[in-house]
Write a protein that binds this ligand. Sequence first.
Ligand code: PEP
Ligand code: MN
Length: 360
Amino acid sequence: MKLKLKDRAEEIKRPFLIAGPCSVESEEQVMNVAQDLARDGRTSMLRGGIWKPRTRPNSFEGLGEEALPWLVEAGRSVGLPVTTEVANAKHVELALKAEIDVLWIGARTTVNPFAVQEIADAIKGTDITVMVKNPVNPDLMLWIGAMERLMKAGITDLVALHRGFSVYNHPKYRNVPSWEIPIALMEKMPEIPVICDPSHISGKRAGLLQVSQKAMDLNFTGLMIETHPTPDDALSDPAQQVTPDGLHEIIDQIVLRKEAISGDALDYIELMRAKIAAQDDKLFDMLSNRMKLAEEVGIYKRENDITILQQEHWRKVIENRLGQATDFHLTKEFVRALMDAIHQESIRHQTKVMNPDLKG
Ligand code: PEP
Ligand code: MN
């Protein structure tokens, strides 16, 4: 089956919502959740994990093959297409045989080009839709590479799933969203719809709305949210799953904003954009002048045998600028990243004048 989300953008009501349990645990569980989801009419696809990639060996690893027909039956009974994760050629073969509509590749599989290639080879010749989760590490090219392998195998209907990136002991997220990565993906592959998975980003129920709202404000096509009849009893990921009613409450609270601008709004935004562009012009002029000064200093350092990097000076500069962040209404993270970028560029300019004959 093909979803063709981009072609159907007009007709599909955002968010395109994928819901269902982290893992299929029994025939009743998946049927029950499917029926409750279908009642509200906003869910567009039923998910359910059959083979679970778990971090530790004694965790519940999914029921495997026997649960495939339960997922398919639950979906068919309420008219929803179904999707599950595949991690090797055998999973693909069994999922296709069971008539699973859409496959997804998990974050732990996307990191491994051998595994992705094995899946691509197994899917070759079908016209199924494949959703590709981002790799666990924040590597855009690995995510793109996985989709390219599928394209080379003739898969034309691809969806990217953003589930965040592994991090040790983060106070807020189970997997940090690093929104700049899916945004860069949209820029490089505008034809690929991106769906956000707030469940695995947040890791807890309380964070789902905030992540979902952000994804909608960034113009994501849809959301994939884990849903269980009794989340606290779930055999996998209990803290992040919600009941179908809980899911509907979240969806009700999301404010859907439009990307298209027209009329007065367009006039106002155009005016503001022009003002902002004028500020950017000034910024560029200043940066260019700043680098000219760096080159002059570089020449002086060369003639007086002084190193480019002056660690103690740089430490003081950073400390001073970080101390000013709040006064300038800037975050410390931004000031740090900006000063580091400026410093690196300054070093490049000084290196060029210091050692003009050394290439590389
Ligand atoms: C899942 O969606 O249940 C899952 C295992 O996700 P991920 O690959 O993002 O960890
Ligand atoms: Mn899960």
